[in-house]
Design a protein around this ligand. Structure first.
Ligand code: NAP
Length: 457
């Protein structure tokens, strides 16, 4: 293997995949050639399809990721789905190591009656729609939003805050984003007046961060409503707030809101704690959400009090976390929804699977900010390079890049290269310019491929 670079396939081009490619190619001990594969024709994963479109500064991390993608030794191969079009076994013919960084694409369920009614959406699906993910079910989401005046968002993490904010913003607050035009049009004509954000535990257990929380209070058309009774702290929560800077800041923001007079804006965001949904009601579509008041036990766990109420609502968005999915041919921990690993090495029944690695959400679960993935990918790459140096990788039998490209061709897979992504990028900027926007996201694969065709790439 020493007369050629180490060949590594990275499956997924979100932050964890690109930070993996970065760590592999930034070191000089071992020459490495990395192919970054993605099932979509475009890179960046959750930076493109998770970070809210109005969070421009977080989305600009794309520029940092882009510098890795165009580095010599790194190839982008978009529009290739590992697990269906190409198997893990296939990859091992062409690569000495495979790093799975495909994230957590699915949602977690609440497990309550009525959850499957029309008008009950997973936040993952709603976020996919507003970011223009090609697999979003546009018809289902847009018809679920039609005529809604009151919505419930379950969960008090940053995704729930994103969803609430996007539902409450005006056209002027969204038009500078790159969201697809149809999304902007639907949200701009929304009839929503009330959004109820429900935390099943107290403010001291909420997962959101202060900057994100604070933004809810800065919206043009929405007042924030907080009931002072929801902010009463039990001794354990009071101790947590006293000890934690973020919690203390969150608490101060909520306290301020709880004493503020409403200003009569046309929309209201009701931030509620110690309230859990127990049933979604309605015949054919959501008509209400039955909630139960909760209290905390001594370990800050949730206990029902038997006090029930109903929120009239035609939409419920369940924002209770993302969920990782298995990869055919790789082991899976169905309890934690991750691929089991140790220091990034995939484990099957506790035994290391030679040549297979993981990084990002499919390694550690759906937590952390984008930057968390850099350290996480670094750990995985350290293990991979140590294994390569120790001769512990099963060498590829067909290591020439052309051999893998030939397999893709034989299978009729039309890949999108970095040049293809650049063509899509340029087409989005050009589309945005037609309506005075910096960029409008292309939301379907056919348009993306047409942009590549137009440039002959
Ligand atoms: P998260 O931070 O894990 O929050 C999930 C929320 O759902 C928690 O409030 C949790 O409450 C609640 N929940 C879970 N099961 C529930 C149930 N059965 N009933 C009611 N509530 C339930 O997840 P996330 O919001 O999806 O975010 C994922 C990661 O991405 C996080 O690390 C987040 O910070 C990050 N992110 C960051 C940004 C940003 O920086 N701007 C934006 C988006 C996402 P319990 O605590 O009681 O379980």
């Amino acid at each position: 293997m020493s007369d050629r670079p180490l060949r590594v396939a990275v499956v997924g081009s979100g932050p964890s995949g690109i930070y993996t490619a970065d760590a592999l190619t930034a070191q000089s001990d071992q020459p490495v050639a990395v192919d970054v594969l993605d099932r979509l024709p475009v890179p960046y994963g959750l930076v493109r399809y998770g970070v809210a479109p109005d969070h421009l500064s977080i989305r600009s991390v794309r520029n940092t990721l882009e510098r890795v993608l165009c580095r010599p030794g790194v190839r982008f191969l978009g529009n290739v789905e590992v697990g269906s079009q190409v198997s893990l076994t296939d990859l091992h013919r062409f690569y000495d190591a495979v790093v799975l960084t495909y994230g957590a694409a699915s949602d977690r369920q609440l497990g309550i009656p009525g959850e499957g009614l029309f008008g009950s959406l997973a936040a993952t699906d709603f976020v996919a729609w507003y970011t223009g993910h090609p697999h979003a079910d546009r018809t289902a989401i847009e018809s679920a939003l039609d005529g809604v005046t009151s919505a419930v968002v379950v969960g008090v993490g940053n995704v729930a805050i994103d969803v609430t904010r996007i539902l409450a913003k005006t056209h002027a607050e969204l038009s500078h984003t790159d969201m697809p035009q149809h999304v902007l049009d639907v949200l701009s004509h929304s009839s929503i007046t009330d959004v109820h954000l429900l935390g099943r535990r107290g403010p001291a257990q909420a997962a959101f961060t202060t900057k994100e929380l604070r933004e809810l209070g800065e919206l043009t058309d929405a007042d924030v409503v907080v009931d002072r009774a929801d902010l009463e702290l039990d001794p354990g929560s009071a101790a947590s707030v006293a000890a934690g800077k973020v919690l203390a800041r969150n608490y101060a923001v909520l306290q301020k809101w709880s004493t503020r007079e409403l200003t009569g804006k046309p929309r209201r965001i009701h931030v509620r704690f110690l309230t859990r949904p127990v049933e979604v009601t309605g015949d054919e579509r959501v008509a209400g959400v039955v909630t139960e008041r909760t209290r905390l036990d001594e370990t800050a766990g949730v206990v029902g009090t038997g006090e029930f109420a109903t929120i009239d609502a035609q939409l419920i968005v369940r924002s209770v976390g993302y969920r990782g999915l298995p990869m055919p041919g790789a082991p899976f921990d169905a309890r934690r929804n991750v691929i089991p690993s140790e220091a990034g090495r995939v484990l099957d029944g506790g035994i290391v699977v030679p040549g297979d690695y993981v990084a990002g959400w499919i390694k550690r679960g759906p937590t952390g900010i984008i930057g968390t993935n850099k350290k996480d990918a670094g750990e995985t790459v350290d293990s991979l390079l140590a294994d390569a140096a120790a001769g512990a990788l099963p060498p590829a039998t067909e290591p020439e890049p052309a051999a893998f490209d030939a397999l893709l061709k034989v299978r009729g897979i039309r890949t999108v290269s970095y040049a293809g992504w650049q063509a899509i990028d340029a087409a989005e900027i050009a589309l945005g310019a037609t309506t005075g926007r910096d960029r409008t996201t292309l939301h379907d694969i056919a348009s993306m491929l047409a942009a590549c065709d137009a440039q002959g790439v």
